[in-house]
Design a protein around this ligand. Structure first.
Ligand code: C2O
Length: 579
């Protein structure tokens, strides 16, 4: 690993991918109970080059929620062979339609703008002058807090028919994140009305970048400051690991009463949603350094990702459930869940003002990853680059903006992030916990307990056999097949060779910690019919873990599943595969 100096920051670019966070590169396979069987392909697949994403336009339009059973991948590949490989159609504003339903009202202007009035972002002049600066929220001066409050207050006071009002801004997130947008047919014969979601795919990072960019512009306009920068919640740095004080004053427009009260004041965020914090918050509070260290390791794991598809996720399609990127499943999800209540559900999350500063930091992580952390290249396929949406800008003008318009925050969007000299998590390295390694061979028949239901707080001990190496494939991956309830918040950790009773001595900072799986629940409309619960194969890379724990000779690995949230996840199967 070589060190390089970029700007004012001394950076060690990540050159190897050792993150074992649970990414979900999923492909569809028929399953026994007619449930959707989604299994991970190799984490190392490059996503945009993967055949499974090069599906026919009709397949894209057929659906994004993959709520059907059985695989059409073979058919899609057949079509490709027959028609020659062609670029699949991207999701664009022309095929998206917001539908009000029940108590949900589509945000003002989302369905009735006149296409002729829409401005293309790419036709607007490029930003000039020094970039707007987004600062850490915990470092804002009293004046900066006042300005932010005033801007948000004014946004909250805008009338309901103004697309810039806070109510409408929050509804935009609900619409795009809770199945209120349908993908509609563009020509007769194409199927209609499949639900669209900007989460769990490579659309996550660019969509949220666009969304908060316009949000920031509106706030600036409302206080007459075109240089206004949306502060970021700096949860990746020890000094920023609390809810920023500006958001905790009950008299402020930045406050939301719908949060977990225990995390409001003085509590440190737990970016890995560790079971230790749950089971004994007071004890763990004393070990503040331990919590900070665990957070920094969680950051290191999420950012030490080289392949764009592992960082961003894959493109949504009908036939495959895309991989979810580490940017989304890592600290981002933890921050939603840790703040809780409104933030803890994708339907209501954007009603809490801290949502926008959470996403400012998520966006900063993307910015760092694609610049200072080694200039990683983003996905390059046209399908992703041409994906576009319409947002209202600060002058109430509808603007069509594409992924290719937002890849460079400074040059294309005119903002940047204030950074300290160094990032604490860059220096983290994962080490074995100082405990005995339990590599005794257990009876693999213990696995006859599968399938089993994970219950919060009840650990499951499952030995797995390691496969014989077959020459070409040498890397081992632990595959855990689970059936989820999408309405439920889920989190479980996976530990390897940890003796019973010693689990709380192991965290993300340790090699014995293979990774975690977590999701933010949806409001409910994305769940489809009760009989089609998503089945997910979650993969945890084992190679470095096996080396670190020096257990290359053991025939078995002793797996401990530690359920932290949720009582409905079914573990269907668990095995080690070679890849
Ligand atoms: Cu659209 Cu953090 O969620």
């Amino acid at each position: 690993m070589s060190s390089s100096v970029v700007g004012t920051m001394t950076m060690v670019p990540f050159t190897s991918s050792s993150a074992s966070a649970c990414l979900l590169p999923l492909t569809s396979k028929p399953s026994k109970h007619g449930r959707r069987r989604l299994s991970c392909k190799a984490m190392a697949s490059s996503g945009d080059d993967d055949d499974s994403y090069r599906i026919d336009r009709r397949d894209v339009l057929l659906g994004l929620t993959a709520a059907t059973t059985g695989s059409t991948l073979g058919r899609a590949r057949g079509l490709l062979a027959a028609e020659g490989v062609k670029q699949p159609m991207p999701i664009t504003s022309e095929v998206l339609k917001c539908v009000s339903a029940g108590d949900f009202v589509c945000p003002a202007g989302s369905t009735d703008y006149d296409d002729a009035t829409v401005v293309n972002f790419s036709d607007l002049p490029a930003p000039t002058g020094p970039p707007r600066v987004r600062r850490p929220a915990h470092l804002l001066s009293a004046q900066e807090v006042e300005k932010l409050e005033l801007a948000l207050q004014r946004m909250k006071e805008l009338p309901d028919d103004d697309p810039r009002s806070f109510k409408n801004q929050a509804a935009i997130h609900e619409a795009y994140c809770d199945g209120k947008y349908n993908v509609v047919a563009r020509s007769p014969g194409e199927p209609d009305a499949t639900k669209f979601d900007v989460h769990f795919s490579s659309i996550f990072a660019p969509w949220h970048r666009m969304y908060i960019y316009f949000f920031e512009g509106i706030l600036g306009e409302l206080v007459g400051d075109p240089a206004f920068g949306l502060p970021y919640w700096n949860w990746d740095a020890p000094a920023g690991m609390m809810l920023p004080a500006a958001f905790t004053n009950p008299d402020s427009p930045l406050y939301d009463a719908n949060r977990k009260p225990e995390n409001e004041r003085g509590a440190f965020i737990d970016l890995s949603l560790s079971p230790k914090v749950k089971s004994d918050p007071n004890k763990f509070k004393d070990d503040l350094l331990g919590l900070i260290d665990s957070n920094l390791c969680a950051m290191y794991r999420q950012m030490n990702v080289k392949e764009p598809v592992d960082f961003h996720g894959g493109y949504p399609s009908r036939t495959t459930k895309p991989p979810v990127g580490s940017l989304e499943t890592g600290a981002h999800t933890a921050a939603h869940i840790w703040v809780g209540e409104h933030m803890g559900n994708l339907k209501t999350a954007a009603r809490d003002p801290v949502f926008y500063s959470n996403h400012s930091n998520v966006d900063r992580m993307w910015h760092l990853w694609s610049t200072k952390l080694g200039n990683h290249e983003d996905l390059t396929n046209d399908q992703w680059l041409n994906t576009n949406f319409v947002f209202y800008d600060e002058t109430k003008r509808p603007v069509r903006i594409a992924v290719r318009d937002v890849l460079d925050a400074e040059k294309q969007l005119g903002y940047t992030y204030e950074e300290k000299k160094s990032l604490e998590w860059m220096e983290r390295r994962i080490k074995p916990a100082a405990i005995k390694i339990d590599d005794r061979t257990r009876d693999a028949k213990d696995n006859s307990s599968l399938p089993l239901v994970l219950k919060k707080g009840r650990m499951e001990y499952l030995p797995v056999e390691r496969p014989k190496k077959d020459g070409t494939k040498t890397d081992e991956v632990l595959v855990v097949d689970v059936t989820l309830d999408p309405c439920e918040q889920v989190k479980f950790d996976v530990l390897v060779n940890v003796p019973r009773g010693e689990e709380d001595k192991v965290g993300p900072q340790n090699s014995q910690f293979a990774g975690s799986f977590s999701t933010v629940p949806h409001g409910g409309t994305m769940t489809g019919s009760a009989t089609t619960k998503p089945v997910v194969s979650c993969r945890f890379k084992l190679q470095e873990l096996i080396q670190d724990l020096n257990c290359n000779r053991s025939k078995m690995l002793n797996i401990t599943l530690v359920p932290v949230e949720g009582d409905k996840t079914i573990v269907d199967n668990l095995r080690v595969e070679l890849c």
